[in-house]
Design a protein around this ligand. Structure first.
Ligand SMILES: *Cc1c(COP(=O)(O)O)cnc(C)c1O
Length: 382
């Protein structure tokens, strides 16, 4: 889990577990009368499953999704006994069905081969352990390739005995106008009609906000829990969870025409004051986050003002243009906020040429991590 240092560090990540719990409760209200799960793959999107898991449980989450078997084991250790845990990637080749069953991990089975292995094990052990059936409705990634393939496989293996969830995954739910959303919902509805007794799950964070509200029995939000905007281009309905601040080490003035950073990608158009921040791509910052002469870049907030990153991000350092700040507002030790309360995660990621998901899951190991939790744990959103 998060083995990041607690000693002082120039880069500090603050994780607001109360905001995480609030976000889950808000999504649970949106999902009602369906249930709301919590996707905690990739160490809870980089924020630390050991802290996020219990906070989500206290908020009322009972159904959790990880990507890999190994993550399922970790989640099983961290979460209370009664937690339901699905493994989205399915039945891996290196972990047998018995391993999943032993730890009560429910694979999202997406091929006849996986279904075969699962039902053989069930035949050996008696009553089948629960699992999900995963139908591919457009991602061409995981899941049964068509409803016909799914129906045939289930027919050949007898029944879907033990299956307790029918799921699929959106391709473009963060773009509500994309016609593929409706096409996927139609395919999924046909599958639901074919398996009318199975609880159904289709929506990720953004899927929950589509006009069609395709939540069915169970929603599977991840990103929105952690403060990401599930409705890009419109105001973020979620509370920010993760704040990243990085300290300044040095400042300097450079003349118009001078450049900064590797390969001299950015040229000062005026006499410019630069500040150098103590984090770089080794800490997960996108290498292309800084402006170049060819394109604008991301911004950080220093003393309540937005300041552009300039030049290539280096391994351990990032340069920011602070010319427009009062001279005395900037100096060694002053912190720049990359995202959090005042700077926006999605905005930072977009301007850096990536997405907030990648920024969160890439948060580096050198940052100090502080977890905030004030309110008493409650259960009222369940
Ligand atoms: C990651 C994932 C989710 C969660 O998606 P978000 O966009 O983070 O809400 C849901 N379902 C599946 C299959 C996933 O892989």
């Amino acid at each position: 889990m998060s083995d990041a240092p607690l000693e002082p560090s120039p880069g500090q990540v603050t994780i607001d577990l109360d905001a995480l719990a609030d976000n889950w409760r808000a999504l649970a209200r949106l999902a009602a009368p369906g249930r709301c799960g919590a996707v905690v793959k990739a160490d809870a999107y980089g924020i630390g499953l050991d802290k996020a898991g219990p906070a989500l449980w206290s908020a009322g989450a009972r159904v959790f999704f990880v990507a890999q078997f190994g993550e399922g084991l970790a989640a099983r250790r961290i979460l209370p006994e009664e937690a339901t845990i699905y493994v989205l990637n399915g039945l891996e080749k290196d972990a047998g069905p018995a391993d999943y069953a032993q730890h009560r991990l429910r694979p999202a089975i997406g091929s006849e081969d996986e279904l075969q292995r699962w039902s053989e094990e069930a035949a050996r052990r008696g009553p089948a352990s629960p699992f999900a059936l995963h139908l591919d409705t457009g991602m061409s990634r995981l899941g049964f390739e068509s409803l016909r393939a799914l129906k045939d496989a289930v027919a050949r293996k007898g029944t879907a005995t033990g299956a307790d969830l029918l799921m699929s995954h959106f391709v473009s739910s963060e773009i509500p106008a994309d016609p593929i959303n409706a096409a996927q919902i139609a395919l999924f509805d046909a599958a639901r009609a074919a398996f009318p007794t199975l609880p159904a799950s289709l929506a990720n964070s953004s899927g929950m906000f589509l006009d069609a509200r395709p939540v069915y029995a169970l929603a599977r939000p991840g990103y929105a829990l952690y403060g990401g905007n599930p409705t890009p281009g419109t105001p973020n309905p979620m509370r920010p969870v993760v704040t990243l601040t990085v300290a300044i080490q040095q400042t300097r003035w450079i003349e118009a025409g001078a450049t900064c950073g590797y390969n001299a990608q950015w040229t000062a158009k005026r006499r410019t004051r630069l500040a150098t921040l103590l984090a770089g791509y080794a800490d997960g910052l996108p290498r292309g986050a800084g402006a170049t002469d060819a394109k604008p870049g991301a911004e950080v907030v220093i003393s309540h003002r937005r300041c552009p990153l300039v030049g290539r991000v280096s391994m351990d350092l990032t340069i920011v243009d602070v010319t427009d700040l009062p001279e005395e507002a900037v100096g060694p030790g002053v912190r720049a906020e990359f995202f959090g309360g005042t700077a926006d995660l999605d905005d930072f990621a977009t301007r850096s040429g990536t997405i907030g998901y990648q920024v969160l899951t890439g948060l580096g190991r050198r940052y100090r991590r502080d977890y905030l939790s004030h309110g008493p744990a409650t259960d009222k959103g369940a």
